[in-house]
Design a protein around this ligand. Structure first.
Ligand code: NAD
Length: 359
């Protein structure tokens, strides 16, 4: 049997690199990583697979239609997992254009390249082909104190980021209904874990705490997010790719709701314990409340019953075990971190609509 090729877009990002490391270790796929290497793409997250015979990297922009067509025709994939995106809400507030370009125009460009390739496949390969779109729970908008997002919750995105992800989900679904392209969608809650770019809450707090800098908590810190360890997400993605029903969407989440303030306090406790000699102990003294994000969604919480019941997925990590692993990883991988901090990202406050100040 010939080995199957899998295209992964955004494989140099946080979730994409975890997915590639996992698939190379656990599966026999020939993985082709397509990534533009924006500020968020980092090939240092892939050093453990870079020389593996089943791994290839192609630097390309998903908005480049000719390049996407050439990649499909060269690698003849059995499936594509589409993760490439502009992903940071605060950046989308300051500069939405890139989000519209990559998340909407890029997804459209990929759908068209996939459709042209798929339409000339033999019947059996055509049936087996998958376009798996990786999306977020933020497309559903915000919840009040009660309730959970299910796969049938109406879309009501509130930020430029979530609006472009919602639009890309609609495009993917439309390419299935209109052209028959075999698509699958997943909408996941907030991920955390190793190799996450330090503009996101958890690595930002860890890095600031290590440097004795203020830990900026937006508003009163009572916004609730539903947290999932990235490797649990990645296992779910492979399961959905291989066993999910064409045309359907699956919510992925760990039933793990915490306020932002709880998350930061827990991180401070772990750091106090792991760094007993730190002169910044107790780390929670570094917590500093700052102006809230405009339009900050109050609460996200995923109902993951469908993927659990239909596909048998269960997360392996609890929030306590995953958070501890994450802190330990950042403590043991300061070089990876340092290269990012030395680069273009200087941990400045984003998301105030153009005003950039130091967090
Ligand atoms: P990330 O920002 O860490 O990585 C995005 C990757 O996409 C980077 O490597 C970047 O270089 C690449 N990229 C951006 N624009 C590109 C373009 N035009 N062409 C090719 N490559 C491009 O993002 P992430 O956190 O790994 O998220 C991956 C996907 O998962 C996104 O689609 C995001 O919406 C979704 N998602 C993320 C989370 C989360 O908590 N991080 C939760 C649910 C869903």
């Amino acid at each position: 049997m010939t080995q199957k090729s899998l295209l992964i877009t955004g494989g140099a990002g946080f979730i994409g690199s975890s997915l590639i490391r996992y698939l190379i270790a656990q599966s026999d796929y020939r993985v082709v990583n397509i990534d533009k290497l924006t500020y968020a793409g980092n090939l240092e997250s892939l050093t453990e697979v870079e020389n593996h015979p089943n791994y290839r990297f192609v630097q390309a922009d998903i908005c480049d239609a000719d390049k996407m067509a050439a990649i499909f025709s060269e690698f003849k994939p059995a499936a594509i997992m589409h993760l490439a995106a502009e992903s940071h809400v605060d950046r989308s507030i300051d500069g939405p254009a890139e989000f519209v370009q990559t998340n909407l125009v890029g997804t459209y460009t990929l759908l068209e390249a996939a459709r042209a390739y798929w339409s000339q496949l033999q019947a059996e390969q055509k049936k087996a082909f998958r376009f798996h779109h990786i999306s977020t729970d933020e497309v559903y908008g915000t919840l009040g104190e009660n309730g959970l997002f299910t796969e049938t919750t109406a879309y009501q995105p509130n930020s430029p980021y979530s609006a472009t992800k919602a639009g890309s989900d609609h495009l993917v679904r439309a390419w299935h209904h209109t052209y028959g392209l075999p698509v699958i969608l997943t909408n996941c809650s907030n991920n955390y874990g190793p190799y996450q770019f330090p503009e996101k809450l958890i690595p930002l707090m860890i890095n600031n705490a290590l440097a004795g800098k203020a830990l900026p908590v937006y508003g009163n810190g009572q916004n609730i997010r539903d947290w999932l360890y990235v490797d649990d997400h990645v296992e779910a993605l492979q399961l959905v790719l291989e066993k999910g029903k064409v045309g359907e969407s699956y919510n992925i989440g760990g039933f793990n709701e915490h306020t932002n303030l709880d998350v930061v306090n827990t991180l401070c406790d772990i750091l106090d314990e792991l760094l007993p000699e730190s002169s910044y102990k107790p780390h929670h003294n570094l917590i500093h409340f700052v102006t809230d994000r405009p339009g900050h969604d109050l609460r996200y919480a995923i109902d993951a019953t469908k993927i659990q019941k239909e596909l048998g997925w269960q997360p392996r990590e609890t929030f306590a075990s995953g958070l501890r692993k994450t802190v330990e990883w950042y403590l043991n991988n300061r070089e990876w971190n340092q290269h990012i901090i030395d680069g273009s990202y200087q941990q400045q406050r984003l998301g105030l609509g153009g005003k950039h100040d130091k967090a």
